[in-house]
Design a protein around this ligand. Structure first.
Ligand code: SF4
Length: 401
């Protein structure tokens, strides 16, 4: 049978999604709650809007200097007895991580869009490791055999009744289809608890990295990052080079703007990690490997980012904080979720597909699905002009660039 083109597969997927009532039910619930939460968070902390303007300037300066900032961060991480690496391609990143991990390991993993970008979990499973996604949404996606549909809420398209059915299957215990959400969360908590403490390796991403101290900032609410990055003896982080900013104080600013626009007045946890655990409690001799990880490895992924930074209009895609706010404003996303995307979603996803993944067919599909309505630009703390990028991209694709 003749293989269907990427465009036809995309068209079928997006049509099917648009006619899926359960998807629309889950999305309408999520959009309503998200918009209300962001409005409250910004009303309570009105300085965030001004802070976002400052962060925009920080990102504008940092992106052309990604290379230099990465080297500076690696020097700082190694001074802290960690190890830093630059991976130019996804394949290089997978090779570095596979060499560190080996095989037959138990791995607990936090949510990471960069990990998704390079197919990290699937790769580690393929080479014989047992990998558990520990973010609740990712855990649902992993067990459904699905792919994430939102950058912050990967299982946004799965209503609670479907989660109850899935958990009944995984845990081997009957969970009523009308179970309360608290009960579903409790069941997942019990199931993952011992995995954190039995794990050989914890893997995470990072929201921001301060180049001067080599400090990773990881924002979360569930507590799974705290456990994944501190209970196992080895911590590995994979992070895109666009996440670097010059100083620790810049990183605090980026973090605050990120979580506020991601719908939180304040998140439950922000982990700042600069090296393996250490103690100086016996005779003031600094000794590495105390209660937390004994090893700390950070892989910085270029993967086309330095290339993207050279395009005058498209480079703004690298300013994205991945707060996810624009997705809740997008009228196409509201009926199709992450089907309107690839590794990244909506208009930003089109740019990413074209320049980073070099998939012109996917890029064109996404660029021509975008309505260029500009609602996302109004919501975006970085004022990323998605319509401008999409129009430029359409031109480039038409000219065969
Ligand atoms: S484009 Fe803007 S609103 Fe959308 S995720 Fe990125 S920073 Fe947030």
């Amino acid at each position: 049978m003749k293989k269907q083109s990427g465009f036809k597969t995309y068209r079928d997927e997006i049509y099917t999604a648009a006619h899926n009532d359960r998807l629309r039910l889950a999305l309408s619930r999520a959009v309503k709650s998200f918009r209300g939460n962001v409005k409250n968070a910004l009303a309570k902390f009105p300085h965030t809007v001004e802070l976002a303007e400052e962060v925009q300037k920080i990102k504008e300066k940092a992106i052309p200097n990604m290379e230099k900032l990465t080297r500076q961060a690696i020097t700082a991480i190694e001074a802290n007895q960690g190890k830093g690496y630059i991976a130019r391609t996804p394949e290089e990143a997978l090779k570095i991580i596979s060499d560190l991990v080996g095989t037959k390991k138990l791995i607990v993993k936090g949510k990471s869009m960069t990990g998704e970008e390079i197919g990290l979990r699937e790769h580690l499973e393929k080479i014989g490791n047992e990998v558990y996604e520990t973010d609740l949404g990712e855990f649902i996606i992993q067990n459904l055999g699905d792919r994430p549909m939102h950058i912050l809420s990967p299982s946004i398209h799965v209503p609670r009744e479907d989660v109850a059915r899935l958990f009944s299957k995984i845990m081997g215990q009957e969970i009523a289809p009308d179970a309360q959400i608290e009960e579903l969360v409790g069941v997942a908590r019990e199931y993952l608890r011992d995995k954190f403490f039995r794990a050989d390796i914890g893997i995470s991403g990072a929201n921001v990295v301060a180049a001067d101290t080599g400090t990773l900032f990881i924002i979360e609410n569930e507590g799974n990052i705290r456990l994944s990055t501190s209970a196992p003896p080895v911590h590995i982080t994979l992070v895109g080079m666009e996440k670097l900013v010059p100083t620790l104080s810049d990183a605090f600013k980026v973090s605050e703007v990120t979580w506020r626009y991601a719908n939180y007045t304040v998140p439950s946890y922000v982990s700042l990690i600069s090296g393996p655990s250490k103690t100086g409690d016996i005779e003031k001799v600094t000794t590495y490997g105390a209660h937390g990880p004994k090893e700390f490895h950070v892989i910085f992924l270029d993967g086309g980012r330095t290339q993207l930074a050279k395009y005058p209009h498209l480079k703004q895609a690298l300013y994205c904080l991945r707060c996810g706010g624009c997705l809740y404003e997008c009228p196409v996303f509201a009926v199709t979720a992450g089907h309107f995307g690839d590794k990244y979603f909506t208009g930003i996803g089109a740019v990413w597909a074209a320049i980073v993944n070099k998939d012109k067919e996917k890029a064109a599909s996404l660029a021509y699905t975008c309505l260029t309505c500009g609602r996302c630009r109004q919501r975006c703390p970085m004022k990323i002009d998605v319509p401008e990028m999409v129009i430029e991209l359409r031109k480039m694709l038409a000219e065969g660039e």
